[in-house]
Design a protein around this ligand. Structure first.
Ligand code: DOR
Length: 430
């Protein structure tokens, strides 16, 4: 394997608290050395002056749609979109067709990813058969096949007894349970956040309390079972507060927040833009601010995209009918850099939430540029201005609320296991 020298960038490594101008030498898929002015012969050089050189982003939450809905996305296009967004690894949710609830499907995803995806792909298996919330999946067999976590994401496990058993068994296989926390009886037919905006638009509301109630239940069950609960896409002030208090009590809980819940509110639905429809929904300003504060103080450990591709014809319908979800790999860095520019997060803390913490939560490699660590590296130009055009992106789908928007900050190169897989001028290199 060839040697690569990433030269002259600002190296940001939360695992070692390193923040300095340095060179990074990669060889045989590993970080070999990091330091100023490394002298190396016979090496491919990537010039990184003016850029940040960071451990590759790791996305805890995405939908790659394969098997079964390849018209929206597949593992190849999803993997290319991931590396274009700086993600060297992505966890993919189980709501495929068929559902990833048996080892053969997990195997298929891993095989396909090995062949087709420039990013590492970590399958999240269903917690219950068919995502029906009734019968547990065979967790040990799924972990043996390569599942990294369990979740009925997209659907909530409403039966508390089932959730208890899922959490108990998850301890035996040492994998987190990722909860999609929306009480379906409170969501009812809600299609956007319940509040002044839903009233004005005449759309049925989905109240924040639907999330708070389920987060409270799952935290209590996690405390009772002593299992690792991971709360997906936190969107309410109440949920942030509940997680903060549970963490203080010693509950084994981790949590993620999506770029859209950090930066947008339900006002984006004005105009009935179906690209602003997502589950859980975009909330109030107070909720958004609480999510930002939660991310800053560490209550929310990670930024995760919830990349959820849908075809144009599916989104070009009445707001009530449109499926929820938005793509997010290629915009996540630029959108969340706003928190760095506002002074809420230092660059190092930003990377911690995009890379080091997700690696820790999943117990996978990455999240570090320490010597000897895997050479998954992302290079970001934090000042680069660009206009996002999903049609020119790598995803098969275009459902983004940032389509046509001017953004600042762009991933310029991505390396997985020491191999360059994306370059902003040339696109994906696989
Ligand atoms: O908005 C969403 N879309 N939220 C989910 O939980 C599921 C996802 C999807 O699969 O489209």
């Amino acid at each position: 394997m060839s040697r690569i020298l990433v030269r002259g960038g600002r190296v940001l490594d939360p695992s070692t608290d390193r923040d300095e101008l340095a060179d990074v030498l990669l060889e045989s898929g590993r970080v070999v050395s990091v330091g100023p002015d490394l002298r190396v012969d016979d090496v491919e050089v990537i010039e990184a002056a003016g850029c940040w050189v960071v451990p590759g982003f790791i996305d805890l939450h995405s939908h790659l749609r394969e098997p079964g809905q390849e018209y929206k996305e597949d593992i190849a296009t999803g993997g290319r979109a991931a590396v274009a967004g700086g993600f060297t690894a992505v966890a993919c949710m189980a709501n495929t067709q068929p559902v990833n609830d048996d080892p053969a499907t997990t195997d298929f995803i891993i095989d396909r990813a090995r062949q087709d995806s420039p990013a590492r792909v970590y399958p999240v298996a269903a917690a219950t058969k068919g995502l029906e919330g009734r019968v547990m999946t065979e967790m040990a067999a799924l972990v043996d096949a390569g599942a990294v976590a369990f979740s009925d994401d997209g659907k909530t496990i409403m039966d508390s007894g089932v959730m208890r058993h899922v959490l108990e068994y998850s301890r035996l296989v040492d994998a987190p349970v990722i909860t999609h926390a929306e009480d379906r009886t409170l969501v009812a037919d809600g299609v956007m956040n319940e509040g002044a905006v839903s009233t004005r638009l005449g759309l049925p509301g989905n109240p924040g309390i639907a999330e708070d109630v389920l987060v409270a239940r799952d935290l209590m069950l996690a405390e009772f079972t002593e299992a690792h609960l991971h709360v997906a896409h936190v969107s309410t002030r109440g949920a942030v507060e509940l997680i903060r208090r549970a963490r203080d009590r010693g509950v084994h809980v981790t949590a993620e927040v999506a770029p859209h819940h950090l930066t947008l509110t339900d006002e984006s639905v004005t105009g009935y833009d179906t690209h602003a429809k997502v589950a859980p929904p975009l909330r109030s300003e107070a909720d958004r601010d609480a999510c930002r504060a939660g991310l800053v103080d560490g209550t929310l450990d990670a930024i995760a995209t919830d990349h959820a591709p849908h075809a144009q014809h599916e989104k070009e319908v009445d707001f009530v009918e449109a499926p929820p979800g938005m793509i997010g790999f290629e915009t996540a860095a630029a959108v969340t850099l706003e928190l760095v520019r506002s002074g809420d997060l230092t660059p190092l803390e930003w990377i911690r939430r995009l890379s080091t913490n997700p690696a820790r939560i999943l117990g996978r490699p990455g999240g570090s540029l320490g010597e000897g660590k895997t050479a998954d590296v992302t290079i970001v130009d934090p000042e680069r201005a660009w206009v996002y055009d999903p049609a020119k992106g790598c995803s098969k789908s275009r459902n983004s609320p940032w389509a046509g928007k001017s953004l600042t900050g762009r991933v310029v190169a991505t390396l997985v296991e020491g191999r360059r897989v994306y370059d902003v001028e040339r696109g994906p290199l696989t």
